[in-house]
Design a protein around this ligand. Structure first.
Ligand code: GLU
Length: 589
């Protein structure tokens, strides 16, 4: 068992006092829409898919006005910060994968939230060594990392924007000022936030529950403070956020909320001023005739997608039918083995040299595939020993939770492609606010224990460190031409959803509208999760039986994936939004 202790660790964590919560916990962090909906789909020369119709329409308008995919990302993200604040916003962070058609280059911009320069590895343990319960951690001031979204949008605009920066803020400012009709999911998310606790945040209560009950679903909802914050950034640019008025208000707001009895490791003015977007090298690997690219650490999601699809490729047949038990067995096993690696080896490379090359090396993937038994389910597979890890003696961490995230994909008329995942971590992040913005709780994505049995955990808290993420925006290529872009929210399960979707898009050659409607499979270290939908019982009753015969322990679950996919098919781009959420696909013909 050397170096692999998530089970023991999980037992220890489970024996610690857990919060009494309803509906939201580490395993079910999000509000799930249960009604079956029509798939929103669109086809054309330029396509936008986001999680909210107002954001999609606004981003499309940006493209119509001559904006690039980058301009449209800024429009979409700023609008989402108003209409989908439960999932992403300026008080959060994001990853952007961007294909620049003029230079034929793929870029990876990391706007992940960052821990304070003063953060200590004991952030989530109390003086007696006990781990802080996850739910109280999500509302702690210590959970708020330096937000990276504004810096990422600014950096992206400097390189790839065409419209004036300010122009990309117009729609969001208008919606925040004049109001919008809240969506059902927006309202459900407020209820959820109430259940997990909002008493620590008077600003949240006054904005979202001013009279006590939920805001009306028929009346315009306004956020004047956010309108002012957005206007300041639109006029003053990035410095307003990190060094100007917004930064000062943010730090004053955090200081005001500090209770001297609690030791808080909150971010400072200096931390904000020092924030930098990291330009990363996209992580790419060949899959059959495609080249699939995703996001490198601090995301563990990209590594997991590429490993899982890599082992799946070696073990499966290209035309492997969805009706066959083999397909589901190999998918489950590939995901389980990839998960064992990401919970062990991934952390912010600023702290540890992540053995990235080794983890994606052909021989290593082959070794991992060889360890997968074609006729027997695995039980808590161990992490492998990739090249470059010889000097690292680490312990694994249990999987992290998540909940407040959004994904969007855009292709513009010039052929630039954006695949962007933004997050505030839990539903409405920490529920704390400043300047009308929801503040993230992304630092709960760090391992709560810095080490185990004397061995450090790669994703432990550290000064100026970024917590491991599961967010995995993807762009896939054929002969260096982008042909597919996708991503999803969903916390730890993100790479699972994406691997499901990649196999259907590429091997089965399905269109995005078909892919987002397919049932999903996910895994835990010791069981396999099938999506709880009627279809399984009708058309694929045998799959469950087949998997059980191979030793899979099966559980059913609802999934709150939010896949956004675009695919080039017969000369046109096709886009679709996941019917499990409220997204919309729109296009320019
Ligand atoms: N905070 C999570 C992460 O970065 C994402 C949460 C979610 O997708 O719901 O992995």
């Amino acid at each position: 068992m050397k170096g692999y202790l998530p089970f023991k660790l999980a037992i220890i964590l489970l024996t610690l006092p857990l919060p009494i919560i309803a509906q939201v916990n580490k395993n079910a962090p999000e509000s799930i829409g249960t009604k079956k909906k029509r798939v929103s789909t669109a086809t054309g020369r330029a396509v936008v898919v986001t999680a909210n119709p107002l954001a999609s329409d606004a981003a499309l308008k940006t493209l119509k006005e001559g904006g690039t995919a980058m301009d449209a990302v800024i429009t979409a993200q700023t609008v989402l910060s108003v209409v989908e604040p439960q999932s992403s916003g300026l008080g959060g962070g994001a990853f952007l994968l961007y294909w620049d058609q003029s230079t034929k280059t793929l870029h990876a911009l990391d706007g992940r939230e960052t821990a304070s320069a003063q953060a200590k590895e004991n952030l989530w343990t109390s003086s007696d060594g006990k781990v802080v319960p996850w739910l109280s951690a999500t509302r702690s001031l210590s959970a708020i990392g330096v937000p990276g979204t504004t810096a990422l949008l600014w950096e992206g605009h400097q390189h790839f924007g065409r419209l004036p920066w300010e122009a990309n803020f117009q729609k969001s400012i208008h919606l925040a000022k004049e109001g919008f009709i809240p969506s059902p999911r927006f309202l459900r998310s407020i209820s959820l936030a109430k259940k997990i606790g909002i008493n620590h945040s008077q600003t949240f209560k006054s904005l979202y529950l001013p009279q006590g009950p939920l805001p009306s679903g028929n009346k315009a909802f306004r956020n004047q403070k956010l309108a002012s914050t957005l206007s300041l950034i639109a006029k003053g640019g990035v410095n307003q956020f990190y060094r100007g008025k917004i930064a000062n208000t943010l730090i004053t707001d955090l200081q005001r909320q500090q209770n001297s009895k609690n030791s808080v490791q909150a971010i400072t003015n200096q931390d904000l001023a020092n924030y930098k977007v990291q330009k990363r090298k996209p992580l790419c690997r060949k899959y059959r005739s495609w080249r699939i690219c995703s996001f490198p650490p601090p995301s563990g999601g990209g590594v997991a997608v590429l490993q899982a699809i890599g082992t799946y490729e070696l073990l499966s047949k290209k035309d492997s039918s969805e009706k066959a038990t083999d397909h589901w067995h190999l998918l489950a096993e590939s995901l389980r083995f990839a998960d064992a690696d990401r919970s062990h080896w991934i952390g912010d490379p600023v702290d540890w040299p992540v053995p990235l090359k080794g983890l994606l090396d052909d021989n290593y993937i082959k070794k991992r595939a060889d360890a997968i038994k074609p006729y027997k389910a695995s039980f808590r597979p161990l992490p492998g020993k990739p090249k470059g890890s010889e000097l690292l003696d680490l312990a694994s961490q249990p999987r992290t939770a998540g909940g407040g995230t959004t994904h969007l994909v855009i292709v513009d008329l010039d052929g630039n492609v954006a695949s962007y995942t933004g997050s505030v971590e839990s539903v409405f992040g920490s529920r704390r606010m400043s300047g009308g913005m929801i503040l993230n709780n992304q630092l709960t994505d760090f391992s709560f224990l810095p080490s185990f049995s004397g061995k450090p955990i790669a994703n432990r808290v550290g000064a100026n460190k970024r917590p491991m993420s599961s967010m995995s925006p993807v762009i896939a290529f054929i002969d260096d031409k982008p042909v597919l872009a996708l991503g999803s929210p969903g916390g730890w399960l993100i790479p699972h959803y994406i691997t499901n979707a990649l196999i259907r898009s590429l091997d089965l050659n399905l269109l995005p509208k078909e892919v987002v409607s397919q049932k999903l499979l996910s895994v835990r270290p010791n069981y396999t999760l099938l999506e709880k939908i009627d279809e399984w019982s009708n058309s694929t009753a045998n799959i469950e039986k087949g998997l059980r015969n191979l030793g899979h322990k099966i559980k059913y679950s609802s999934f709150s994936s939010g896949l956004a996919i675009i695919k080039l098919h017969q000369g046109s781009w096709h886009g679709a939004a996941d019917p499990r959420r409220e997204g919309k696909a729109v296009s320019l013909k």
